[in-house]
Write a new protein. Structure first.
Length: 311
């Protein structure tokens, strides 16, 4: 038995590619295929990959192109149910108790029951995602799950299996229609198999030269052609170096935007050295590339592009 699908989502892989393109997200066909199946069958989609390759952006684009609300749960060490699912408004409950005692209008037995009613419940992203939304099931982004602790990961099993949560004072709350769930991980630790089994899986890799070129052209259409190709070529070569953290697509976009702000039409060694902090986030990486290595990479990039034009 499969979960309820989404009747107003894309009806084919090609439509899924088109949907992502509408949001200026350039995806390969394998990603579009698994995303289409996740939407069609109502299954969570688990995306792993290096930071900055566009995992989170998929949820944002789906929210935008499908016209759904986006609920984002940013994960961190120590994340618990009160921050992710629900908590009771203790201050308001205490005020209600004092008002009831002061007026004497409400019997103590009734007052105790009312304290755990819907009006005192503070809804966090996971619970909000299970409730009806006027524009259809929302997109629930569980971002960087690998930052959380294993107990919270275990708690998610009920949510991802049955799209429901249990609140002891109220009971079980179950979604009428499941939300679109996108889970991301930078793989700083392994996620348990029990959670992965509940999801469709895709590894989001660094893009090829052609796809990254298409991404920059889509996001920054006014970027000069020559500069665009040099930026992509340099970043592609930089990722092959022995770095602590290679630049992602997000850094490519930031770097290209920076170069435009500096009125650059093409790369020069001086400009590369001056702006490496946009691409690289660790001083050891910057020190390893700055100077002679940057000049060598830039020379190779220009030679590669010249050869492509000749071909």
């Amino acid at each position: 038995m499969t979960l309820q699908g989404y009747h107003d989502g894309p009806t084919s892989v090609d439509e899924t590619l088109s949907l992502l393109n509408q949001g200026s997200y350039v995806a390969d066909r394998s990603l579009a295929t698994v995303l289409f199946l996740a939407l069609k069958l109502g299954r969570p989609l688990f995306l792993e990959g290096e930071a900055g390759v566009g995992k989170t952006e998929i949820a944002k684009v789906l929210s935008q192109t499908l016209g759904r609300d986006l609920l984002r749960l940013q994960c961190y060490e120590g994340l618990d149910v009160s921050a992710a699912v629900y908590e009771w408004n203790y201050a308001r409950q205490m005020l209600e108790i004092r008002l009831g005692e002061a007026t004497g209008d409400t019997p103590k037995e009734t007052l105790g029951e009312d304290l755990f009613s819907d009006r005192f419940l503070i809804r966090r992203p996971l619970l909000q995602a299970l409730e009806p939304h006027t524009n259809g099931p929302p997109v629930l982004l569980i971002d960087e799950l690998d930052r959380t602790d294993e107990p919270f990961e275990a708690y998610l099993l009920e949510v991802l299996s049955d799209f429901q949560v249990s609140i002891p004072e109220i009971g079980t709350i179950k979604a009428e229609r499941p939300p679109i769930v996108i889970i991301t991980s930078n793989r700083t630790r392994e996620i348990h198999d029990a959670l992965k089994r509940r999801c469709f899986y895709h590894w989001v890799d660094y893009p090829s030269f052609d796809r990254e070129l298409a991404i920059l052209k889509s996001r920054l259409p006014d970027l000069p052609e020559k500069l665009t190709r040099q930026v992509v070529g340099f970043v592609q070569r930089l990722r092959k170096q022995d770095l602590f953290k290679a630049p992602g697509v997000a850094e490519s976009l930031d770097w290209a935007t920076t170069l435009v702000e500096l009125d650059q039409l093409e790369l020069s060694q001086g400009m590369v050295d001056d702006t490496l902090g946009i691409l690289l986030k660790y001083q050891d990486d910057i020190a390893a590339i700055q100077g002679d290595e940057a000049a060598r990479l830039l020379t190779q990039v220009k030679a590669d592009l010249s050869q492509l034009r000749a071909d």
